[in-house]
Design a protein around this ligand. Structure first.
Ligand code: 9MR
Length: 469
C-alpha cells in the first residue's frame, strides 16, 4: 500500500487519535421522484451562520445521537422522552443523528424501508421536541467488514475483511492495509461513490422536512486511505462531497452540507481545503484533544492549545466564508480533567460563536451523558448544560459562561432587517433560583427558561447578560 502521508511516525501518532468515517456504496434504487419545490421555510447559510427562515443566526448546540446507532438494529434505547429531554432540560436545539450506510443499504441497490421508517419516526420525535436534525453519515474503520461501522460489507472484498487484524485501540485499525484498501476502493470508484450518494438521497427522500432536517454531514471523519494527505481534500474528498450533495439536493434542494475536513485535521494537521467544495456549506471539524482521546486525561496545560485549535477552526471557517460547527467534542466521564475539558470546549465554541455537539447522548460509563443504568452523571450535566443564544437577530455572535459566577453573556451585531426576536435559553439546571437579565437599553420578554429580546438599541454591538438570583 502506498502511504504517502507524513512519514510513518507521524502517521502512527495520527492514527493514534480517533476520528474515523464511512465506506463504499452500491446501486441505486431506480428512478428518483420529481424534485420537490423550493421550501417555504428553509434554513440556509448566510453571513457566517446557519440562518432560520426569519434570518436569525442559529447556534446549533446539541448532542450526537448516538453511539448506539452504529450497529444493528441501528437504534439505541432512546425514546421520544429522551428527545424531549435534550430540548427541555438540556436547553439544546439540535441533534447530530447517526445514520449508517449499512443500515440504509444492507444489500447492493436495496434500501431497507423498515430502517428508513424508524429513522423518520425519530425525526418526528425531534420535530415534536423542537430539535433541528443534522443527519450524520457515520463511519468508524470503514465499515462492518472490519467490525467497524458505516459501509455495508458488499462494498469491498471479503478477502480484505478476512485478512484484517484488529488493533488494540480501535482507531489504530485505520492503519491496517485492508482498511486502507477498502477506502481506496471508495476514493477511486465513481460507481461506488454514486452508490453512496444514492443511499444518502434515499435517506433524504424519507426524512426531508425543511423545518427539521436542515442538512447532511456527508461523511464522519473522512480517512484518506493511501491518497497523499496534501491532495486528498481538494482532489478527492471535495469532489466526493460535491457528488453526494448534488445528488441529495435533487431530492432535498435546501439541504445544507456539513462538511468535515479530512481526519488529519482532527489530529491537528492543517486542512488542505482552500474553499468548501459546494455552496451552502458549513465547516464541520471535530474538537478532541489528542491526549484525552487516548484516555490520558486533559491537563490545565493542554487548555490553551485546545482553545487555539478551535480559534484556528474559526479562522478557517471565516476564510471559507462558512459557519463553524463542531460536530463532536467530549470525553469519558471518569477521566482526569474531564470537567475542565468540557468547559474548555464550551469556551472555545463560545468565542467562535460556533455550534457544538457533545459526543454523545448514550447511556454508558464512557462518553455517554447518562450512566448505563439511566442514572444521571450530575457533574457532566453541570458542565454540558449551559445557556445558549439559540437564535440571534444579528451577525458576529459570541457567547461565554463563567462557571464560578454563573454569569452568561452573549454579544452580537444587530441587524435591523431581522424582525424576529433574539432568543436565549437559560436552563433551570444552571439557574435553579432564577436569573436576572441585563441588556442595557433593550426590551425583552421572559417565557420560562427562554428570554426573547424584542428590541435592541441602535448600536454596533449589543450585549445580553444573565446573572443568577
Ligand atoms: O465512543 C465511541 C467508542 O465507544 C467506539 O468504540 C468507537 C468506535 O466505534 O467510537 C467512539 O466514538 C467516536 C466516534 O465514532 C468518532 N469520533 C470520535 C468518537 C470518540 O472516540
Amino acid at each position: 500500500m502506498r502511504m504517502k502521508l507524513l512519514g510513518s511516525s507521524a502517521l502512527v501518532a495520527l492514527s493514534l487519535i480517533t476520528l474515523g468515517f464511512v465506506g463504499c456504496g452500491g446501486d441505486s434504487d431506480g428512478a428518483a421522484p420529481p424534485t420537490p419545490p423550493p421550501a417555504a421555510r428553509a434554513y440556509q447559510v448566510a453571513r457566517g451562520f446557519v440562518r432560520d427562515p426569519e434570518g436569525r443566526a442559529v447556534v446549533l448546540r446539541g448532542v450526537n445521537l448516538a453511539n448506539a446507532h452504529k450497529h444493528a438494529p441501528y437504534f439505541g434505547p432512546h425514546t421520544e422522552a429522551d428527545f424531549a429531554r435534550i430540548s427541555q432540560e438540556f436547553g439544546m436545539n439540535s441533534i447530530r443523528l447517526l445514520v449508517e450506510w449499512a443500515a440504509v443499504e444492507p444489500q447492493r441497490g436495496k434500501f431497507d424501508g423498515a430502517y428508513l421508517d424508524a429513522l423518520a419516526e425519530r425525526v418526528t420525535w425531534a420535530k415534536r421536541a423542537g430539535l433541528l436534525v443534522i443527519v450524520d453519515m457515520h463511519q468508524d474503520i470503514y465499515g462492518e467488514g472490519f467490525d467497524g461501522n458505516g459501509a455495508p460489507r458488499w462494498t469491498c472484498d471479503k478477502a480484505r475483511y478476512d485478512a484484517f487484524v484488529p488493533a488494540k485501540s480501535w482507531f489504530f485499525s485505520y492503519l491496517d492495509p485492508n482498511v486502507i484498501a477498502c477506502f481506496d476502493g471508495l476514493w477511486t470508484s465513481p460507481e461506488l461513490q454514486d452508490s453512496y450518494a444514492e443511499a444518502v438521497a434515499a435517506v433524504a427522500r424519507r426524512v426531508r422536512d425543511d423545518e427539521v432536517v436542515i442538512g447532511y454531514d456527508v461523511m464522519n471523519e473522512p480517512f484518506w486511505g493511501s491518497q497523499p494527505t496534501v491532495t486528498f481534500e481538494p482532489s478527492v474528498l471535495g469532489p466526493f462531497y460535491a457528488r453526494v450533495m448534488d445528488r441529495v439536493r435533487k431530492d432535498s434542494p435546501s439541504a445544507i452540507a456539513f462538511l468535515e475536513p479530512a481526519a488529519t485535521r482532527n489530529l491537528g494537521l492543517a486542512t488542505q481545503f482552500e474553499r468548501m467544495p459546494v455552496e451552502q456549506a458549513v465547516y464541520a471539524p471535530h474538537a478532541y484533544d489528542t491526549t484525552a482521546e487516548q484516555g490520558k486525561g486533559f491537563s490545565a496545560a493542554a487548555k490553551s492549545a485546545y482553545l487555539s485549535r478551535i480559534a484556528k477552526y474559526k479562522v478557517e471557517a471565516d476564510e471559507f466564508g462558512t459557519p463553524l460547527w463542531i460536530g463532536e467534542y467530549g470525553g469519558t466521564s471518569g477521566s482526569t480533567g474531564i470537567i475542565e475539558y468540557l468547559d474548555a470546549a464550551y469556551e472555545g465554541a463560545g468565542m467562535a460563536g460556533a455550534g457544538s455537539m457533545l459526543w454523545s447522548y448514550d447511556f454508558d460509563g464512557g462518553y455517554g451523558l447518562v450512566n448505563a443504568d439511566r442514572t444521571d452523571k450530575p457533574a457532566i450535566l453541570d458542565v454540558v448544560v449551559r445557556p445558549v443564544p439559540r437564535r440571534v437577530a444579528g451577525d458576529a455572535v459570541d457567547y461565554a459562561f463563567d462557571s464560578k459566577t454563573r454569569v452568561f453573556t452573549t454579544s452580537f451585531a444587530p441587524v435591523a432587517s431581522i424582525t424576529a426576536p433574539t432568543e436565549l435559553v437559560a436552563p433551570a439546571r444552571v439557574y435553579p433560583s432564577g436569573f436576572d437579565v441585563d441588556c442595557g437599553d433593550c426590551a425583552f420578554e421572559r417565557d420560562g427558561d427562554v428570554v426573547r429580546v424584542t428590541r435592541v438599541p441602535a448600536a454596533p454591538r449589543v450585549t445580553v447578560k444573565l446573572t443568577p438570583r
